[in-house]
Design a protein. Structure first.
Length: 421
């Protein structure tokens, strides 16, 4: 394939002729963490490890702390993080990278991270951070990890990364454009967090009767969940019954953030088997489905969804439970918001087996109690909470599009397909 005019071919693909492609170590000094097992104390110097480098800036909010003695050991050999440096994860979350800013207190690097420090003041911290977040570095990391059992890279491999190097002015321009998008993303994330808190507060008040909607009064009744709804646990389809085509199988992993994701499912059973042996486990449109194993209490409300007609045919499998409301007592919409509420979560968390992760079934659900208003008030409450959820979904969609826009911008700007100077 011919190289486009004004470009040249490098190890990372085509870049503008006036750009260069260097090994990272030619532009940034890469220093591994000190391999010292530090003692942690309640108060002292913060220690940044993998957990602390998962955002744009090093986040020391929940960091462990160490003593002055171990702090001095950990920062030996130029390992004291300074403003403009970057801390890179080289284990587990390989490639995650965070900036050190002037606002950070003195801190040390912990294990499984390394320090990047520019060799020239004209090198842009924001630019190289963007390169690490782009396909340019992600592809190189992927190539290194092919066939590896563990996600881990070493300092020698990091130093050998190939990175693009435009002029200092263009680095700053590219970093500025991407920073503007980051600001939009951060602002939208904060708005979503605020709206989500409003929704949770509304649910807590409306689902307990502490706050009543206009026109409603009277006492709510406490009912067992087994009175309010019919529910069924998945059958546990045998491995030898799996097929590559046919009726989709519903697993807990298909349920995320209140939605069903079945497009990439690899588990099916033959239609004849689904409509025979497992016909009683075929979902209907409108069913509420919940993942019932390997989830944390904090994310339980995200591991439930409503089956849509477009998802069918769909057969239950292990670690999933479906629900249908007893229409004499409850609406399906109100049942769904109740299952998302704090009361259901806390009761399940108090009974379910497992420590950090929940595992529950019908025997636990049989003991759950929920408060029920009249059907008309259920409809009103579900409508209010549903409208808040609809607004959140629209904001989530906007956030997804913004993140995709940033990825597209990075691909164009960091390879010189679009020039800013």
């Amino acid at each position: 394939m011919a190289v486009k005019p004004g470009f040249k071919m490098t190890e990372i693909g085509e870049i503008p002729a006036e750009w260069n492609a260097y090994h990272l170590s030619q532009l940034w000094k890469v220093t591994d963490c000190k391999h010292v097992t530090a003692t942690f104390v309640p108060e002292g110097y913060p220690v940044a490890s993998i957990r602390e480098v998962q955002s744009k800036f090093v986040n020391l909010h929940a960091a462990n702390h160490t003593t002055p003695h171990f702090y001095r050991l950990l920062i030996e050999g130029g390992r004291d993080p300074q403003a403009g440096d970057l801390i890179l994860s080289r284990n587990a979350t390989v490639g995650q990278i965070a900036q050190v800013s002037h606002s950070h207190p003195k801190f040390a690097m912990g294990q499984d991270v390394c320090l990047l420090r520019k060799t020239s003041p004209t090198n842009s911290t924001e630019f190289i951070q963007a390169v690490f977040q782009s396909r340019i570095i992600k592809q190189q990391i992927s190539d290194i990890l092919v066939g590896s059992t563990f996600k881990r890279i070493n300092v020698k491999q990091i130093k050998a990364f190939i990175v693009p190097s435009p002029s200092a002015a263009e680095q700053r321009a590219i970093a500025g454009a991407l920073s503007d998008v980051d600001a939009l993303i951060e602002s939208l994330e904060q708005l979503i967090a605020k709206k989500r808190a409003i929704k949770q507060g509304a649910m807590q008040e409306l689902l307990t009767g502490k706050r009543r909607l206009p026109g409603f009064s009277g006492k709510w009744e406490k009912k067992r969940l087994q009175q309010i709804a019919w529910y069924q646990e998945g059958p546990g389809v045998q491995k030898h019954q799996f097929a590559s085509v046919g009726t989709k199988l519903l697993n807990g992993s298909n349920i995320s953030h209140g939605e069903l994701f079945l497009d990439q499912t690899e588990r099916y059973i033959e239609d004849q088997l689904a409509n025979g042996t497992y016909r009683h486990f075929l979902c209907d449109a409108g069913d509420i489905v919940i993942a019932s194993s390997g989830i944390s209490p904090a994310t339980l409300n995200e591991k439930m969804a409503i089956v849509q007609a477009s998802h069918l045919p769909l057969c239950m499998n292990t670690s999933t439970i479906r629900f249908k409301a007893n229409q004499d007592l409850a609406t399906q919409a109100f049942l769904f918001v109740c299952l998302q509420g704090n009361s259901f979560r806390d009761q399940i968390a108090g009974m379910a087996t497992g420590s950090a992760q929940l595992n529950f079934g019908p025997s636990h659900l049989n003991k759950v109690e929920l408060l029920l208003p009249t059907i008309s008030e259920q409809v009103a409450v579900a409508d209010v909470i549903g409208s808040l959820e609809h607004e959140l979904r629209k904001l989530d969609d906007r956030l997804t599009k913004l993140r995709l826009l940033k990825q597209a911008m990075m691909q164009q700007l960091l390879t010189g397909k679009i020039r800013l100077v």
